[in-house]
Design a protein around this ligand. Sequence first.
Ligand SMILES: [Zn+2]
Ligand SMILES: [Zn+2]
Length: 321
Amino acid sequence: MLFPLTIDLPHGAAPDASHPLYDAAVTTRGLCPRCGREHTLPAGVARAECASLMRLLEQHGRIDMQAPDDAADPHFSLDYLHGVARGQMFGVLVVRTQDGGYGTLRAFSAQYNRVWHVAGWVPPLIDIAAFDAQVAKDDPVINALGRRIRELDAAIADERDAAEQAPQGIPDTTAPVVTAGTGPMSVDEAPAPTRIDLLMRERAALVDERKGLSQRSMRAIHELYRVHSFGNRADRAASLFEIFPAGRGVPTGTGDCCAPKLLQYAILHNMTPLGLAEFYWGRESRSGARQHGEFYPSCQDKCYPILGYMLCGLEERAVTG
Ligand SMILES: [Zn+2]
Ligand SMILES: [Zn+2]
């Protein structure tokens, strides 16, 4: 998982501010929920290491670079990033290990073509078996509700068509439904619902049910994330709900970016981060906000709250080694 540095490191030198490729620009930042301060990490030599990774990706044309050519899995081809799925983020963290050596860690954001674990890349923050079990439990129900809602959409459209085309004298389907036991309507009574009204009501109830279930399912998935911090090492991890400001929803995909994956691995393996950089690879994002081969700082909506929590305590550790 730890790769040697590809940049030249003169004997005894460190990939620190004295290195000619060192970039002091802050790439990774977060607001700490514990001490209320912003904690940051510079690019360091990580951009130079990213450039090496980009060359490797170009050479191999796939992300399972540890597999020999004849054992390459087409699932991990980079073609995936140039197709309908579009590109995604990759990241490199330069670290000092416990024994004083240096190396780099690599990450891709979220899943690669629906796969969380690929040899040579750091794992996700979430327990995949628990994630799969949660998805297997909720997804069939959510999908069934979606199918029923689409059936109702079709039925409502049919009713409207029938109502428009109904010639004079033929019962109008938009007319109130008169059921047995319903007496003559008094003036102050609400009109009885039409068939379309009833279908719309059923649809609205199902949409509500699906929304509630999706939210509960997402919340259960967020509960499965365990976020560690340099400040309290491996002894206690927080859930996303403990870290995010109260009252603020946790955005979908929180914890899946490269920066939290890389930092989590470093924390759990007693490595000290020296620089982090993230770049986009593949067909440009739909909004055009992300371009192939460009570097981007850690994101604001998902990463800013959790990176502060993770980086807390790193300054002290960097001083003491
Ligand atoms: Zn992010
Ligand atoms: Zn802090």
